[in-house]
Every structure is written in C-alpha cells, then in structure tokens.
Design a protein around this ligand. Structure first.
Ligand code: 4AD
Ligand code: MG
Length: 481
C-alpha cells in the first residue's frame, strides 16, 4: 500500500495523532539525520528524521541511496524548508540493501545524468524524479483515455496482436513465425511455404487495429482499441518507435467532420484530465524543461512553459485546413536560407515532410492543425474517395513540437470502389475477404482515427525524445530489456 500521498494529505488533520509505517527507497541521507524517502506515489520525498543516538551505528550505515527501508514514527510539523510535515523516526528497518560503491556506477547515484545514460539503464530510471513523473503522467493519461470513451458510450475492443493482413499496406511488418529459420520449407518456385508454419499462413505483428475495429463498429456502433502496435520502419528518429501504443476509435455513421470533432474533443478531454489530476508532476516537468532550455540555443527552446502550452490547447480551436490550401500556403512561403526550414514545396500531390508540417503549425497557424482531403495516392487503400476522384477523406492532426499526432479518415464504405482500389494496388484479396464482406452486408458511412499514445505523452510532458516516454523503448538495434 503506498502511503506517502496519504501522509501529505494528513496535513489538514492533526499530524501529531498519527503514527505510521512507510516503506520506500532512500533518495538521500543527510547529516546522519534526514532521510529523503520516496515510494513512487508522488514527486515529493517524505522527510524522515532520525535521532542517531537512538539507533545502532551499523544499522544507520545501511541507510544508503537506493536502499529499500521501512520507517515507523509520528508525523510532526517540519521545522525545515520544503515540507510541512516529517516523520520522527522511532523504528527503522532495512528491507533491501544497496551497496554504495555499486550504486555509484549506476544512474541511482545522486548526480545529474544525461537522458542517454538513463536510457542505458531503463530498469532503474523510473526511480529518478524525471521518470517517476513521466510514468505517473503516462499512467493517468491512459486512464483518462479509457474514461473518455467509457463516458461517451464507446466499447473497448481487444483487436488481435498477431494478424494475417497489412492494415496500412505499407509493408512495415514484423513477421511472426515458429519455423526454424535455418531450414525454412520452400515452394517449388523458391518462395517460403507458410503452410507448414504455426498458422498455416504468413502472419505478422499488427501495425494497426483499425480493420478489425471497423468490423466491430459495424456491430457495436462506437468502439475503440488501445493496444501495442508494431512497425518495422527503419526510422531512427525522436518520434518513431518500433513498438508503440495506439488509440483507435471507430464510429459507425460518422463522416469526416464528425471524426474531426471527436478527435479534438477527445484530445482536449485527456489533456484537461491531466491538468486537473497531475499538477505536481506537471509542475516538476515544467521546471525541468525550463532548466534544460537554459543550455539550448534560442531556436530549440520551448516557446511556452508546459502548463501554458496545455492551457493553450484547451482554449483554442484546432485549425482545419485542406491539403490543397496547405500546399498553397507552403508554395507562398519563402525558403529559409538558414536551412532550418526548407519548406518550399513544388508539387500538389507530394507528401508533406515534417519540416512542412512544422512550418504550418509552428510558424503559420501557431496552433494545432487538422489537415484533410489528401491526395489519394499518398494515403492508405481504405480511405473514402472524394467526388473529385483525386483526393480522399483523410485527416492528420499536427501538433506544435510533435508534428503528426493523429492519422485518420472516413472509410471507403462502397464495395465496388474499395474492391477496385484493392485490385489496383495489387493487395491480395485473400487477406481481406472478411473486410470486404462488411461492405456487402449493411455497409454504412463510418470513420475513425489513430492517435500515437507516446506522441501525446511527449507533448504533455515536454520531453523531446520518444524513447523517454515509454518504459522500455524498442527502436532499431535496441531491445536490450
Ligand atoms: O497515421 P497512422 O499510420 O494511421 C494508422 O495506423 C491508422 N490505421 C489509424 C486509424 O485510422 N485507426 O498512425 C497513427 C498514429 C500517427 O499519427 C502517430 O501518432 C502514431 O500513430 N505513429 C507512431 N508513433 C510512434 N512510432 C511510430 N513508428 C509511429 N507510427 C505512427
Ligand atoms: Mg499517418
């Protein structure tokens, strides 16, 4: 049972009445007298005051940074700065030692460690203030996601992790096989014979739960998935993971405009939830960001303090702009000679690069932007073709400092049009017969989107590398833990 938070809440009642036992990890032990204890429930350490004359010297020696201990004592008003109450320790127990010399070699040692260093010890970094705060915020955000959908009448669907199709058609999948790779059975033409594999066919880890969620939206009306997704894209950037969590709502009878409304309402709800429920951790992360900014060149600093940024999102409408309008804006913009933004774009039809997206959001509109009606050629097969036959009802939401945070669309609900598209792209129909069948039996307009959970955690914590907002990041050449 975590008690530190409760202890702090007791400030309002009469502290002297309360004797309690708390357990946690030692953050510091000053002057053989003041133990800063933390059990992970809050950013605030609990000060435990030891009268060293009452304790065995050998026992006090074992109160080292990183050790797990239990202290029992009365709560008293604190004389020191930084806390209202402290525990006057009457009993002290070592639960798990931490050898000082060995601790010195780890990130638990009490000095400032770089984020790169912390990543190398991902199994210990949650014991630092920064990662404690991030992971508590991440957990609360996950709760807020479920709460939003629950309150709005959505059902949570657990879509499969192992799938037989490529939901995005981008060929970025991790294959799942039980075959002996040294001795793979082959067909006469030299291709791999998956008939002898576990599932009797080629399978992979899911890149998105969308296609399965669509079939459920056609029965339950409003559904969402929130699970791990996998992409074997070899992009070593601060925005990409090989394993990330995605939130994917799917709603029958929603068109693209309703889909935009849902996405905006959803994002504002979960951010507001954090503002109301994570003040201490957000305040700490804001301070941390300001500290980091001091050592950065002006152009790389965060334009607003964290809380102000979150408030800004809550108070402003997302700007809705068609792809075609966006291209016109980019064409009109002047290329920046300093190379930071080379945002000139020549052609309608080109995919936007992150520098284009950042220009639109950070320099031009200065607020979140929903870009819609993209050229069909640069988007996935399942998106609803517009009457112009050139564009599809796609939407991407772009956030300052992040770029694309949401990708979604109204889905192609017309059997013939969808089948033609699948044929055109050379997608194997055997993979998607079940998906096509939903367009035969009571097809209807429907829409949905996918929000990359880690990109949202990045935004709300003010961190800058996606590897720092998931407990154990998976990136190319990195699956140590
Ligand atoms: O734009 P994407 O690829 O869209 C889909 O997967 C759709 N099937 C979603 C849907 O309509 N149900 O991915 C959606 C979002 C992106 O906007 C981004 O936030 C995140 O997922 N994302 C990643 N996050 C971290 N690492 C990666 N490699 C990501 N790829 C996409
Ligand atoms: Mg996308």
């Amino acid at each position: 049972m975590q008690q530190h938070k409760k202890v702090l809440e007791v400030i309002q009642s009469d502290p002297s009445l309360i004797e309690l036992t708390v357990k946690g990890w030692v953050r510091s032990f000053r002057s053989n007298r003041f133990i800063a204890l933390n059990d992970g429930s809050t950013i605030h350490n609990l000060q435990c005051v030891v009268d060293f004359e009452n304790f065995d010297e050998a026992l006090l020696k074992r109160v080292t940074v990183g050790a797990a201990i239990a202290v029992t004592g009365h709560l008293v008003e604190s004389q020191g700065q930084g806390q209202n109450v402290e525990i006057q320790v009457s009993k002290l127990e070592i639960l798990g030692d931490a050898d000082t010399e060995e601790v010195k070699l780890t990130i638990l040692s009490p000095k400032r460690h770089s984020l790169e260093k912390l990543r190398e010890q991902a199994h210990l970094r949650v014991r630092t203030n920064t990662f404690g705060a991030i992971m508590r915020v991440r957990s609360k955000l996950s709760f807020a996601v479920h709460e939003y959908f629950h309150k709005n009448g959505f059902y949570n669907v657990h879509t499969p992790i192992i799938t037989g199709s490529d939901a995005e058609g981008a060929g970025e999948m991790f294959r799942v096989t039980t075959m002996d790779l040294k001795n793979v059975p082959k067909n006469d033409d030299g291709s791999i014979n998956f008939k002898e594999d576990f599932f009797g066919k080629e399978t992979n880890l899911t890149v998105s739960g969308q296609l399965e969620a669509e079939t459920y939206a056609m029965g339950l009306g409003q559904v969402y998935t929130f699970g791990p997704t996998f992409r074997a894209e070899n992009s070593n950037t601060s925005r990409h993971l090989a394993e990330f969590w995605m939130i994917e709502p799917e709603v029958a009878f929603n068109d693209l405009a309703a889909n935009m409304d849902l996405a905006e309402d959803f994002i504002k709800y979960v951010i507001n939830y954090l503002v109301e429920n994570c003040q201490d951790d957000l305040a700490f992360l804001e301070q941390r960001q300001q500290q980091e900014d001091k050592s950065k060149p002006e152009a790389e600093r965060s334009p607003m303090p964290l809380m102000e940024k979150l408030q800004f999102i809550l108070e402003n409408n997302f700007k809705r702009v068609s792809y075609t309008e966006a291209i016109d804006i980019l064409k009109d913009s002047k290329p920046n000679k300093k190379k930071k933004f080379k945002y000139l774009i020549e052609e309608w039809g080109a995919d936007l690069q992150s520098e284009h997206e950042r220009f639109l959001v950070e320099k031009h509109f200065k607020c979140p932007v929903i870009l819609f009606d993209y050229p069909a050629k640069i988007k996935a097969f399942y998106m609803r073709l517009n009457d112009d036959k050139k564009t599809v009802r796609a939407m991407d939401i772009l956030f300052p400092g992040i770029g694309e945070i949401v990708g979604g669309s109204q889905r192609e609900e017309r059997y013939d049009v969808l089948k033609q598209k699948i044929d055109e792209l050379g997608i194997d129909e055997k993979e998607l017969w079940w998906y096509l069948e939903t367009r035969k039996f009571g097809t209807a307009v429907h829409s949905g989107f996918g929000l990359g959970f880690e990109r949202l955690v990045l935004f709300v914590t003010g961190m800058t590398n996606i590897r720092d907002v998931i407990p154990f990041p998976r990136t190319p050449l990195n699956a140590e833990f």
